[in-house]
Design a protein around this ligand. Structure first.
Ligand code: NAD
Ligand code: DAU
Length: 341
């Protein structure tokens, strides 16, 4: 089986490719990624020489390119993913998240192949109480969320109209190794390690529902193999935290591993202007996924956070190359050399 994974140089899909290659010795993964600022091939260094992995540098909006790639199924992660960037400039979000998904759907339709669409709980908007269920109304509030909700509707329409065997997953907030340090958890870890201010938006009482990236990858695997075509699956670990509690917990852990006074790191917390349209609370009910596939989250949150802090401490070269911009050279130096060889 050859699976086309889109956006494989990003945070979640790079973890997913590693998971799939180790779990399924018979699979070949083709990773298509255009290497935006969020794409980093260093995330895949461990597996890049595997003969069961290949990389295509390219845009998912390029139908001619897609047509020339051999594959039997699509697992679609590629997206513009950062809410704050979508508030500054929505255009790339509409292009990649909507037009890119549409282009892939056309390809799935022509080939009659399975299409697994990786979406987000943000399509449901914000809820003060209760949990998002798969049939909760779509009420996206940010341009990012609206672009993902649009792509979800296209996936549904291609299933209903053209019979594409499609499934949608909607996951809550991920954390873990290889997350780009614009997102809250790696930002807090890196700033806590380097004594820089830790910005907390608004009053810090917004709630997010956190899941370790490896549990998300195992859930996508479960849906791919055991999910029902035409179905939507929420993915979450029933792990809600206010931002301020989370930030304090991480800074205390960082203080402990650094052997510094925790009060000194807590003083780094700086309340800043709120995000525009900031969703107050996300909370996911993953019961359908658990019932249909037998999936359960495995990573304990405190352990997951400790391991993630350890990972960033052990991989300083990785994030320093992001902060300096050098990571963007990796494709040219590694793949440029190989292409010439
Ligand atoms: P990311 O920003 O880390 O990675 C996105 C990847 O997509 C990058 O490698 C980028 O180069 C690539 N890409 C962007 N535009 C492209 C295009 N036009 N053509 C080809 N490649 C392109 O994202 P992430 O946080 O790993 O999220 C992956 C997916 O999971 C997204 O669809 C996101 O909506 C969804 N998701 C993320 C979270 C989360 O907490 N991060 C939670 C739920 C769902
Ligand atoms: O819920 C799933 C979504 O989670 C995914 O679909 C998105 O791709 C992913 O980016 C994430 O979105 P969030 O906006 O929830 O994640 P972020 O890490 O940007 O912010 C988490 C919370 O922390 C949010 O309430 C905003 C707040 N925040 C964020 C940053 C970057 C701060 O208070 N300070 C910050 O500096």
């Amino acid at each position: 089986m050859r699976i086309l994974v889109t956006g494989g140089a990003g945070f979640i899909a790079s973890n997913f490719i590693r998971h799939m290659l180790s779990a399924y010795p018979g699979y070949h993964i083709v990773n298509i990624d255009s290497l935006t600022y969020a794409g980093n091939l260093e995330n895949l260094r461990e597996i890049e020489s595997s003969d069961r992995y290949s990389f295509v540098k390219g845009d998912i909006c390029n139908s001619d390119l897609l047509r020339g790639i051999a594959f039997d199924a699509i697992i679609h992660f590629a997206a513009e993913s950062h809410v704050d960037r979508s508030i500054l400039d929505a255009q790339p979000f509409l292009q990649t998240n909507i037009m890119g998904t549409y282009t892939l759907l056309e390809e799935a339709r022509q080939r009659g192949c399975v299409f697994l669409h990786v979406s987000t709980d943000e399509v449901y908007g914000s809820t003060e109480e209760g949990f998002f269920h798969e049939d909760s109304p779509l009420r996206p509030n940010s341009p990012y969320a609206a672009s993902k909700a649009s792509s979800d509707l296209l996936v549904r329409a291609f299933g209903e109209t053209h019979g594409v065997k499609a499934m949608i997953t909607r996951c809550s907030n991920n954390y873990g190794p290889f997350q780009f340090p614009e997102k809250l958890i790696p930002l807090v870890i890196l700033n806590g390690l380097s004594d820089k201010p830790v910005p907390v938006y608004g009053d810090g009482m917004n709630v997010r529902d956190w899941i370790h990236v490896v549990d998300h990858c195992r859930a996508v695997d479960a849906v791919f193999h055991r999910g029902r075509a035409g179905e939507v699956y929420n993915i979450g670990a029933r792990n809600e935290r206010t931002n301020i509690d989370l930030v304090k917990m991480i800074l205390k852990e960082v203080a402990e591993v650094r052997g510094v006074d925790e009060g000194r790191l807590l003083d780094l917390i700086t309340f800043v202007h709120d995000r525009k349209g900031h969703d107050r609370r996300y909370a996911i009910d993953p019961a359908r996924l658990e019932g249909d596939t037998g999936w359960n989250p495995r990573v304990d949150f405190r352990e997951g956070i400790k391991n993630t802090i350890e990972w960033y401490r052990a991989n300083e070269a990785w994030w320093q190359r992001i902060l300096s911009g050098e990571y963007r050279e990796y494709y040219r130096t590694q793949y440029g050399e190989r292409l010439r060889a």
